[in-house]
Design a protein around this ligand. Structure first.
Ligand code: OAD
Ligand code: ZN
Length: 244
């Protein structure tokens, strides 16, 4: 794969790199994305499943849906894209800022990760906020808190909810200080997350998009690479490994 010279030069000069990722990076692991032809939100109504009021109305239904997704995720493995990002740490100061809740960056070996939308492997009590790690074998009925009897929910951000402040600020700051910000496998239409790559560019980072198709961000990116992230990221890593 031939990369443009300007990008190679940027790679050579860069120290801090941010990967801002979305559902597309996990697509090659077999986890469905949200939008597009086979997207989850074409089949499911987010209002029915991903908000707090529906959880209160029908906790078992919402819990069951997340158990279903947990099962899918547990049976999937990180792909070449996740692994390449983890290996970038050999060469750069790398921060991953992800909208994904699937934990695959961590499983692939990345060490500095900000999770903007939570993590499906964690749960917490809606009354006293005690955290629980509940595995898929724990059944399809919503568990209750051992301390106070409150309902336990997945630690993921639902529609209408705030993003975890520390994760957002951490991700935003890393992106603003980055030399290159890669935007990988996201439609970049969900805010406030999508402000992060824009903030990076405004602060002087070189913005590189990797996606199978043009997105809202393409006009804004310094360089767009169209193709699968599991194929493109290892090629960039190979370029880096040649000695920059
Ligand atoms: P989307 O489903 O909106 O977008 C996925 C993007 O990945 C699209 O732009 C695809 O073109 C691209 N894509 C698909 N396969 C790819 C591949 N193999 N390589 C590279 N790109 C690929 O997912 P997100 O942008 O992550 O929020 O969605 C953002 C948020 O919307 C999610 O975090 C979730 C959802 O509602 C919450 O749950 C809070
Ligand atoms: Zn409790």
């Amino acid at each position: 794969m031939d990369f443009k010279q300007e990008f190679i030069k940027k790679l050579r000069e860069s120290k801090k790199i941010v990967f801002f990722t979305g559902a597309g990076i996990s697509a090659e692991s077999g986890i469905p994305t949200f939008r597009g032809k086979d997207g989850i939100w074409n089949k499911m109504n987010p209002e029915e499943l991903a908000n707090f009021d529906s959880f209160l109305r029908n906790p078992n239904l919402v819990w069951e849906w997340y158990q279903h997704r947990r099962n899918i995720i547990h049976n999937c493995q990180p792909n070449a894209g996740h692994f390449a990002i983890a290996k970038f740490e050999k060469y750069f100061d790398v921060t991953v800022v992800t909208q994904n809740i699937d934990n695959l960056h961590k499983r692939a070996g990345s060490t500095k990760i900000f999770e903007l939308h939570g993590n499906i492997e964690r749960n917490f009590c809606i009354e006293c906020h005690t955290f629980y790690s509940i595995k898929d074998e724990d059944g399809n009925n919503v568990p209750t808190c051992k301390k106070c009897g409150g309902l336990v929910r997945p630690d993921v951000v639902w529609f209408g909810e705030m993003l975890p402040q520390d994760q957002f600020t951490g991700g935003e700051t890393a992106a603003e200080w980055s030399d290159i910000c890669f935007v990988v496998g996201t439609s970049a239409v969900v805010y406030p997350a999508a402000y992060i790559p824009m903030g990076a560019k405004r602060a002087g980072a070189y913005l590189v998009e990797i996606n199978i198709e043009p997105t809202e961000l393409s006009g804004y990116a310094d360089y767009s690479l169209f193709g699968k992230s599991g194929e493109i990221l290892p090629k960039i890593l190979e370029e880096v490994g040649k000695g920059l």
